[in-house]
Design a protein around this ligand. Structure first.
Ligand code: SF4
Length: 196
């Protein structure tokens, strides 16, 4: 105290008082250390999805880091069953429970690919090129092979030279729309990967 002037004395005692007031408010180090740990997924973005593997189509909750800001790079770090899902009620089989590894697999295919006629290599192409190519090939094949009437003159409107395989991750609504489009084109061969 001997080396302390009046201003310094007030500063020290004021700080001590503030510190003891914080303790009264429950902010002492001991209280802070005893606090229950925060739920680890609380600050993550939660997204609902469907397991892509099989016909059960279990519901998923996917948790991603990143707040959606322009330069924030999001990344899925945890996946678990969705307890509100009417099909699976929060359960996942081991394949579904390991989906986070599938998402981050270094061998995961991230682009549409094409194997051109005569080639034994798969080639990455853009989504625009893939969709243009699919539309072009479908139109050409349908124009060439569409059957409006059978040999007895009955209207049949069949397109039997192209088939369609839908994805098992599709919801009921997506499945309904896919079915409508495929049948409206006259396509007969239509199946779903969910049955595989
Ligand atoms: S979690 Fe398992 S049972 Fe459920 S859809 Fe995925 S693969 Fe099928």
């Amino acid at each position: 105290m001997a080396s302390m002037n009046r201003r310094q004395f007030l500063k020290v005692t004021g700080t001590s008082l503030a510190g003891s007031s914080m303790a009264v408010l429950g902010m002492s180090p001991g209280t802070a250390m005893a606090e229950v740990r925060q739920y680890k997924l609380a600050r993550m973005t939660e997204t609902r999805n469907t397991c892509p593997y099989c016909s059960v189509a279990c519901g998923l909750l996917m948790y991603g880091l990143g707040d959606g800001a322009k330069n924030a790079k999001s990344s899925i770090v945890h996946i678990e069953g969705d307890p509100d899902h009417p099909v699976s009620r929060g359960t996942l089989c081991p394949k579904g429970a390991g989906l986070v590894d599938f998402i981050h697999s270094p061998t995961r295919v991230m682009n549409p690919q094409v194997r051109r006629p005569g080639s034994n290599e798969w080639e990455d192409i853009s989504w625009d090129d893939a969709l243009d190519r699919i539309a072009r090939l479908m139109k050409d094949d349908r124009d060439a092979n569409f059957i409006a009437q059978d040999e007895d003159g009955n209207t049949v409107n069949r397109w039997v030279s192209t088939g369609f395989l839908a994805a098992s991750a599709a919801s009921n609504e997506t499945g309904y729309l896919t079915h409508k489009i495929v049948r409206a084109l006259g396509m007969v061969a239509f199946d779903n990967q969910a049955r595989v």
